[in-house]
Design a protein around this ligand. Structure first.
Ligand code: FPP
Length: 259
């Protein structure tokens, strides 16, 4: 079931006590990086200061996740609904990937991390799209963890696009309605390129909110959820380890019975 804990919970072992099972590291971890704005407001800083600090957390957590042996780390960086925010904040969020990739790609390459992007990137400002596409190209030969950015991503939009594509194939006569399977739908989603890792094993949301916010609705059918109290700028490698520890305590049955 769901778990919400923070560093003071008595049933959460201290960092030093956590022994992860190296044979049960979640292959795909997805994170809803929530709480940047509240982190900033608590410090009487503008909201964008929280996003800036959040970007630094992305750097730290990417390296930590790769060292833990996670295969795919999907980060919800900007949703299709985030355009509703004030222009200044949207503009800042669009500039962040440029700064992030301009400064961090060498470290990504050094750590063998491959960047991918998931979302309607043709709707992004040209500079943002360019930075993302350069990072994808510059890291394409890296064979370690995939850092998968959800950028201008929304799950309902993704499913709608998939339905449109599948309907087109039916209209073209290349697909029969009766031949549409769950696999057909999966192949038309933006995670299809992740192959065996398309579905998150573990979904983390920071900042104490317990909702999904239009993130990977199809793909999280059997994900384990961990909700954490700290805001994203406060998230640390130790908290990532704690979330993985929580994951390792779960008994995943995928609707069947545990052997
Ligand atoms: C949610 O916090 C966060 C976002 C909408 C943006 C996430 C972006 C980053 C963490 C920056 C990193 C980006 C890149 C490309 C490296 P919120 O603003 O909704 O916080 P609140 O709920 O406290 O207002």
């Amino acid at each position: 079931m769901f778990s919400w804990f923070n560093k003071t919970d008595s049933d959460s072992p201290s960092d030093a006590a956590i022994q992860l099972d190296p044979t049960n590291i979640p292959g795909h971890v997805a994170i809803i990086m929530d709480g940047n704005g509240r982190w900033a407001q608590k410090r009487h800083l503008p909201r964008v200061a929280g996003h800036k600090q959040g970007m630094n957390t992305v750097k730290t957590i990417t390296i930590a996740a790769s060292r833990l042996g996670i295969k795919v780390l999907t980060l919800y960086a900007f949703s299709t609904e985030n355009w509703k925010r004030p222009n200044d904040e949207v503009n800042y969020l669009m500039k962040l990937p440029v700064e992030f990739f301009d400064t961090f790609v060498p470290d990504l390459v050094k750590n063998n991390v491959q960047v991918r992007v998931m979302g309607y990137i043709d709707q992004l400002p040209e500079k943002t799209r360019g930075a993302v596409e350069r990072a994808v190209a510059d890291t394409k030969d890296c064979t370690g963890m995939v850092l998968n950015f959800a950028l201008n991503y929304g799950s309902r939009a993704e499913i709608t696009t998939a339905v449109q594509q599948i309907s087109q194939e039916v209209e073209d006569g290349t697909l029969k309605p009766g031949d549409i399977t769950e696999a057909t739908i999966g192949q038309h989603l933006m995670t299809s390129g992740l192959g065996a890792y398309s579905d998150p094993d573990l979904l983390i949301r920071t900042s104490g909110e317990e909702r999904i916010s239009n993130f990977l609705l199809w793909q999280i059918a059997y994900s384990e959820f961990v909700f954490l109290g700290p805001h994203w700028p406060e998230f640390t490698p130790a908290l990532l380890t704690e979330a993985v520890y929580q994951f390792q305590q779960r008994k995943r049955r995928f609707g069947g019975l545990k052997k």
